[in-house]
Design a binder for this molecule. Structure first.
Ligand code: PMP
Length: 375
């Protein structure tokens, strides 16, 4: 099999599996319990959290564990909305967000919040002038993802933060960093809130975290007991948390070296496919190499994906979360419906091999040329 859908999810690495198994067997106590077994679990929870905090240069109490990025996005955006609605009900998001962000915005709109969508240029870069223009005295939140999940377009968060804070110091800045963490270097100090998910970085499904700067206040979405974190009450899933910590440590090793290698693979695919006039490469100068988006203008993406499936080659249409729709990200960048209806995402990882890419190219060409002959 050739798996080229690492941005949808990744398999759990052996080291991480080992951690899950060991912690499940050896740490049976509830970290909230006062006895020795509880204490043992609480100590592991503390050290796993400290390791994450040290990697990102943040405090342990700025990490709130969630079931993944969807929950972190909800906790951040609804949490800010509920905590600050007396100051204002205006929220700004980009046109390059994950569908979960838009779903949250739709909900907030239904209860009286006002949502604006900041423009981007034809390279996918946020339009700074438009952002400046949109920020008002009652703007409580701006949410802009670090890396777009369909095209890999990366945003300059530091610069965006400066613009936001210059216009309105009280406006909170959230970034969905799910497709950035473990692929490129990120700086949590560029934002006030950030979301991530372990299953994108060879960790288990069902765990992620929200970074929340100690400088800002959000309201909890769920209520309960437990001393670990008031924003996420209940018994912490220790095996998953230890696994998340391990996955983050492994993912942040040799980021640049890995990115250079993936860039070579990305270029190899582009060189092979750009010779076909009906294949558009949806790559801009801000796209990270791990995510390569193309539009096969004369074939429906589902058809092509199923053909590749027969060869055990696994690709995505737009994203696993919005399959079947028109790609909103391609529309936002290229404003071309046909292009947005025909997208295929090829997502690469540092575990992808040159042999896999060569084989993928060979089969892709063979199958594509077969279709061309029939047409
Ligand atoms: N945000 C982005 C940018 C994503 O790519 C994803 C996963 N497709 C999510 C949020 C949702 O993450 P999770 O599956 O962990 O809820």
């Amino acid at each position: 099999m050739i798996y080229l859908d690492y941005s949808a999810t990744t398999p759990v690495s052996y080291e991480v599996l080992d951690t899950i198994s060991k912690v499940t067997k050896e740490f049976i106590g509830n970290p909230n319990s006062l006895h020795a077994l509880g204490l043992k679990s609480a100590q592991l929870l503390e050290s796993a959290t400290k390791q994450i905090a040290d990697i990102f240069g943040i405090s342990t109490n700025e990490i709130i564990y969630t079931s993944g990025a969807t929950e972190a996005n909800n906790m951040a955006i609804i949490g800010v909305a509920m905590a600050h609605h007396r100051k204002g009900k205006h929220i700004i998001v980009s046109k390059l967000e994950h569908p979960s962000i838009y779903a949250i915005c739709e909900y907030l709109k239904s209860i009286g919040f006002e949502i604006d969508y900041v423009k981007n240029d034809n390279e996918g870069l946020i339009d700074f002038d438009d952002l400046k223009r949109l920020i008002r005295d009652d703007t409580i939140l701006v949410s802009i993802c670090a890396v777009n999940s369909e095209t890999g377009v990366r945003q300059p968060l530091k610069m965006i933060r400066q613009i936001i804070k210059k216009e309105n110091i009280a406006t909170i800045f959230h970034s969905d960093m799910t497709q950035a963490i473990g692929k490129i270097a990120v700086n949590f100090h560029d934002v006030d809130l950030a979301s991530m998910s372990a299953h994108k970085i060879f960790g288990p499904k069902g765990i992620g975290f929200l970074y929340k700067s100690n400088m800002i206040k959000i309201v909890p979405l769920i209520y309960g007991s437990g001393k670990v974190n008031e924003l996420k009450p209940g018994t912490p899933p220790l095996p998953l948390i230890a696994a998340l910590s391990k996955a983050i440590r492994l993912a942040n090793d040799s980021l640049e070296k890995r990115e250079r290698f993936i860039n070579l693979l990305n270029n190899k695919i582009i060189t092979a496919l750009e010779q076909y006039p009906n294949i558009k490469i949806n790559k801009t100068k801000y796209s990270i190499p791990q995510i390569l988006n193309i539009s096969i203008m004369n074939v429906m993406p589902e058809t092509f994906i199923h053909i590749m499936d027969k060869h055990e080659i696994y690709l995505s249409t737009n994203t696993a979360c919005s399959s079947g729709d028109i790609s909103s990200s391609i529309m936002a960048i290229y404003n071309d419906i046909k292009r947005a209806k025909h997208t295929i995402r090829i997502s690469l990882s540092y575990v992808t091999t040159t042999e896999e890419v060569n084989k993928f190219i060979e089969i892709f060409k063979e199958e594509y040329e077969k279709i061309m002959q029939v047409k």
